[in-house]
Design a binder for this molecule. Structure first.
Ligand code: SAH
Length: 458
């Protein structure tokens, strides 16, 4: 990268050609190798760009005129798309999104993983890439004396009121509107972030895809919530399928949504949902995949890649509430799951009981510590599944895989870059990556999930 920017603020670049998209959906054009990030510009497009900011290694520009339009451009269907920032690529057709994600995965496999000939399949997308999210969480505040709940405006903490979000289940929109209206009517004070005052901070709702059960979580600054009984009474009256009303107390000055204290105000502590044939209990703070339709696609692919015949011992690292573990346990002799969050392991154990599955065991702890311990105790996996957070697998865990030498590794990943890095380490240690399958869990956004299959060579 050049030392000095080849452009300066207010320069115009004629016929700038866009070649890529960044993770926040900006188009990328290059001037003598120097990247300029430009909102609302797509790969293959051309236009005139005005430089708005020129830092040392990169700059930002504004598209003044588009002279060539991508055939994959579309009008973003959401009216608040440009202010919100929750979605980044609504201006790209869905077909274009799926192609872009596949290309991106292939590109990082080559660049970061040095895996040139690897088989990357076309992205598995949704038939209807809208209204797919089972969980909504909206910040609450006050604006011009009015109670508002919606989303933070891009790059700010200003809350914009919102009545629908077209990637959410319609039910979630409806629930949020009811909660908002009820709390406003009963005079519940919205949270004032600047002064750390007020009561209601966030409204969270989750609707189970298969059962229709609804949970509402009111995140409050104080344990005291005025008109508790009345709120519950009105929620029960207005929301069909409501099974659980929860209060979570978060008294800290923080961006983290939920606090440590949780009370059931009404109904069940959990709601129930199914993925395939397996039933799951989901509590307010459980991590549960947000796109149920595609979760099933992803898990089925993982199961296909694990290729089980009923005789195998399987380890599921980073198991969360045991969703993948239980999915695999249907076809394996024994599954061991490990996860760092104790509450998630409690959920996982309960979920195993709920499904009367006796061939699973769960343990709390870092995968990179627990799995080496298991290995020392003589637990030898035939298949090892990993589904780590964005930063990928810990090196100690990768080294354990290389000593344990399971015949197959199934790697589920929400970050292609760390996936590529880790695949390279496993390849160097004797594994071969047979294929990578991108799955679109988050249509309209830049995120892409992948599942890949590796086998031990020789
Ligand atoms: N497989 C699950 C969860 C995947 S998300 C599902 O599909 O629902 C990744 C999980 O890894 C999270 O639950 C997170 O708490 C857990 N985690 C993060 N670091 C970990 C570590 N070092 N060891 C074990 N689990 C970890």
């Amino acid at each position: 990268m050049s030392k000095r920017a080849p452009v300066k603020k207010n320069d115009f670049i004629e016929e700038a050609t866009f070649e890529d998209l960044t993770h926040d959906g900006n188009g990328v054009t290059k001037v003598e190798g120097y990247p300029l990030f430009v909102p609302d510009a797509l790969p293959e497009e051309k236009g005139t760009v005005k430089v708005v900011k020129a830092s040392k290694g990169y700059g930002f520009g504004k598209l003044m005129e588009r002279t060539k339009e991508s055939p994959k451009r579309q009008d973003p269907p959401c009216p608040i798309y440009h202010e919100c920032g929750g979605c980044q690529i609504q201006h790209l057709t869905y077909e274009g999104q799926l192609e872009f994600k596949e290309k991106h995965v292939r590109e990082v496999m080559t660049r970061i993983g040095k895996l040139d000939n690897i088989k990357v399949h076309p992205t598995l997308g949704m038939e209807e890439p809208w209204r797919y999210r089972n969980k909504a969480q909206v910040p609450v505040g006050e604006k011009d004396g009015r109670f508002v709940a919606g989303f933070y405006q891009k790059r700010s903490h200003e809350i914009i009121d919102m009545d629908k979000c077209i990637v959410q289940f319609e039910k979630n929109d409806e629930v949020i509107q009811h909660v908002k209206a009820i709390c406003e009517r009963l005079g519940i004070q919205p949270y004032d972030e600047a002064n750390h005052r007020g009561t209601l901070r966030h409204i969270m709702t989750r609707t189970a895809y298969e059962t229709g059960e609804v949970m509402v979580v009111l995140v409050t600054r104080t344990a005291k919530l005025p008109h508790k009984e009345k709120i519950v009474e009105e929620l029960v009256k207005s929301i069909d399928g409501l099974k659980s009303v929860i209060q979570n107390v978060n008294s800290k000055k923080t961006n983290v949504i939920m606090g440590d204290e949780t009370h059931v105000l009404w109904g069940q502590e959990v709601i129930y949902d199914y993925i395939g044939n397996i039933k799951f209990a989901i509590s307010a703070r459980s991590f549960y995949q947000v796109n149920p339709e595609q979760t099933r696609v992803l898990y089925e692919k993982a199961l296909e890649y694990a290729d089980l015949n009923g005789e195998e011992t399987v380890i599921d690292a980073y198991c969360g509430i045991g969703t993948i573990s239980l999915f695999l346990a249907q076809k394996a002799k024994k599954v061991y799951g490990v996860e760092i969050v104790p509450q998630a392991i409690d959920d996982a154990k309960n979920n195993a009981k709920l499904n009367e599955m006796n061939n699973v065991e769960f343990e709390v702890g870092p995968a990179e510590v627990v799995i080496p311990n298991w290995y020392e105790q003589g637990i030898q996996a035939d298949v090892l599944v990993v589904d780590p957070p964005r930063k990928g697998c810990d090196e100690a865990l990768l080294n354990t895989i290389l000593s344990m030498r399971p015949k197959k590794v199934v790697y589920v990943s929400c970050n292609p870059s760390t996936l590529a890095r880790d695949l390279r380490i496993l390849e160097d240690g004797g594994y071969e990556t047979l294929e990578v399958q991108p799955v679109d869990m988050f249509p309209q956004t830049m995120h892409v999930e992948c599942v890949s299959q590796l086998i031990l060579k020789g």
